[in-house]
Design a protein around this ligand. Structure first.
Ligand code: FE2
Ligand code: FE2
Length: 259
């Protein structure tokens, strides 16, 4: 199957299994003209709901309650599905990107599909079906602003996925403190993959940027104005997790001082 057709299938599918399926062999012979997809189709009952203040994630102090943990896991599963779709967006939007870049996005997309499955499985163990709770547009709000590979990696890999280097271990620790070892292990697996996803973004930022500009400056200037750079951080800032992704000290210091 052509990468383009696979991406089209993911974005236009109204069955979850079609969004999570991947053919054995993917080719990229006809990346085609660029398509800037506006909004993904969704399975019945999995459309985007309006996000209000009341829909904030339950606080860590309530995580002794398994229902509240399931609310968090369901939200994270929603983020993974958004990542699947946004990576499909990138494959359609950037047909002229270097073949290695496209291969990297394909690889990451497959891992995001696997992340959805892992959350889906854990939710089922907790008595919740993925789609039972509200799902939100979140990252899709920024996607119309992503017109180049550099803007894409700066926003997705180096901001939203970067933040997960804080969020995933933070929630993993909270779940463990409340005796939920399985959910903690799930977060550990996600965290491990996320390091690679951020690293992919970092390598490509260096490849695509003006060599005279500092990395962090290129990142900041490539972010759409509606994305606050502080979105690259979670509730606790872990500089060493950025080091694992290969980030340079100058950028980590810049992030640390962001508020
Ligand atoms: Fe993921
Ligand atoms: Fe990721």
């Amino acid at each position: 199957m052509e990468i383009r057709d696979w991406a089209l299938q993911i974005l236009s599918a109204d069955r979850l299994e079609d969004k999570l399926s991947c053919p054995e062999v993917l080719t990229d012979l006809c990346p085609g003209p660029a398509i800037f997809w506006k909004e993904p189709a969704r399975p019945p009952g999995m459309g985007f709901e309006k996000h209000t203040r009341r829909d904030k994630l339950p606080p860590a102090s309530e995580m002794h309650n398994p229902d509240k943990r399931a609310v968090c896991l369901h939200r994270f599963a929603g983020h993974e599905l958004l990542a699947v779709e946004i990576m499909a967006y990138a494959l359609l939007a950037f047909p002229e990107a270097p073949p290695h870049f496209r291969k990297g996005v394909v690889h990451t997309l497959k891992e995001e599909q696997e992340h959805v499955r892992r959350y889906q499985k854990r939710l089922l163990e907790m008595g919740v079906q993925f789609g039972d709770l509200p799902l939100y547009r979140h990252f899709w709000a920024y996607i119309p602003h992503l017109k180049t590979p550099l803007q894409y990696i700066s926003t997705l890999s180096l901001t939203f996925e970067m933040a997960n280097l804080d969020f995933a271990p933070f929630y993993g620790a909270v779940f463990a403190e409340n005796g939920d070892t399985l959910s903690c292990q799930l977060m550990e697996g996600i965290f491990k993959d996320e390091i690679q996803h951020v690293s992919f973004g970092y390598r490509w930022l260096k490849n695509l940027k003006n060599p005279l500009d500092p990395n962090w400056k290129t990142w900041k200037e490539s972010l759409p104005s509606i994305v606050n750079p502080s979105r690259a951080k979670g509730p606790v800032f872990y500089p060493n997790h950025r080091l694992l992704a290969g980030l340079d000290q100058e950028w980590i210091a810049y992030l640390k001082n962001l508020s």
